[in-house]
Design a protein around this ligand. Sequence first.
Ligand SMILES: *Cc1c(COP(=O)(O)O)cnc(C)c1O
Length: 362
Amino acid sequence: MSISTETAQPLKNYFAPHIAGLAGYVPGEQSKHSSDIIKLNTNENPYPPSPKVAKAITALLGRPLQRYPEPMADTFRRAAAEQLDVPIDWILAGNGSDDMLTVLIRTFSTPGDVVAYPTPSYVLYKTLINIQGARPVEIPFDDTWDLDDEALAATEPRLVFLANPNGPSGTVQSPERVARLATRLDAPLVVDEAYVDFAESSCVGLVKQFPNVVVTRSLSKGYGLAGLRFGYLVARPELIAGLAKVKDSYNCDMLSIAGASAAVSDQDYLAQTRAKIIATRTRLIEALRSFGFRVTDSQANFAWATDGPEPRPIYEYLKDRGILIRHMNYPGRVEGLRISVGTDDEVDRCLDQLRAAIASSA
Ligand SMILES: *Cc1c(COP(=O)(O)O)cnc(C)c1O
C-alpha cells in the first residue's frame, strides 16, 4: 500500500520554540564513495581500521543478535581500561563521542544554564547546548590560540568544553595549562580529545588529579572507524554513575562494541597509521607555507591555512576538480582552508591542484 503525500491542510508549528528557531548542525559533505573524489573535508582517517575489527564483528554475526547488547559496553570498557590504566568504572562508552557530548550536556545543565567554550572550535557544541535549552557562551581564543581562563571562569558556567587538539587550528593546550583552567572552574571541564591520537600529549592523566576533569575520546579519527560510531569518556566513577543514568539504556550496539574493543586492543596498528599521517601532515604543512599561507603547528589530522592566497576561489577550484576541502569563515576571525591529512597520493594531488588554483588566479 502506498500513501499519497498530497496534503489537505498546512502543518501547524508544533515545534518547541527553541527547536523551531534552531539552525541545526550541517555535517561536512559526504559524497558517494567515488574513486574520482578526494575527500579531505571531514577529518576522516584515509586508512582503513585494523583488520582485527572486521574479524571481531564477523565472528559475532552467527551469535544471537536478537539479544540486547551489554548496557555499559563492559567488553569495551575492559579493553580501554587496560590501555588507560584506570578501573573500568572510570569509563563510559557511547555511540560516537558526539553521544558523550549530548549526555554530558543533559546531565550537567538545565535550561538557561551557561555552558561555555573557547571559539572557534567544534561547531556542534552550540547546537547541542541549544537543543538542551541551555545558554552557549563563546569565549574567543586569542590570536595565538591561547585560552582566556579568566573570561571562561567569569561566565560562571555549569559546564565547559575544550576541544584539545582544537579544530580548525589543530593547536593543543598542554596538560599543565588545562590543569590551571580546571582549578579555576567550579564546574566539569570536558576535554574533547577526538584528535588526541595525532597529538604529543593527552589530558587523560588529569582525570585522577582533578575531580572536575572529564576526557572524551572518539574512535572515528585515529582508529579510522567514523562509520562504526563509537566513542567514550573517562571521568571519576561518581560522575560516570550520574552520566549512566542519562544515557540511552543500550547506546552502543553489539557489533560496534566488538569492533571498538578489537580496535583499542590493537595499539600496534594505531601506531603505524598514526606515524604515516603525522609524516604526511608535516609535508602538507610545509607545502602550504611555501604557497604563502600561514599554517598553525597542527597536532591533529588536518592543517589550517590562513593569511595567504584568497581561500574561497581555491576551495571552488578544487571542488570543481573532485577535491573536497573545507572553506571556513568564522565571525571575527580570518577565513581559511582546512585540509584533512589524506594518504600521500591524495595530498600530492590536492597540492598539485592548489598550486594550479593559485597560478590561475595570479
Ligand atoms: C569528530 C569530532 C567529534 C565527534 O566524534 P564522533 O566520535 O565521530 O562522534 C567530537 N569532537 C570533535 C572536536 C571532533 O572533531
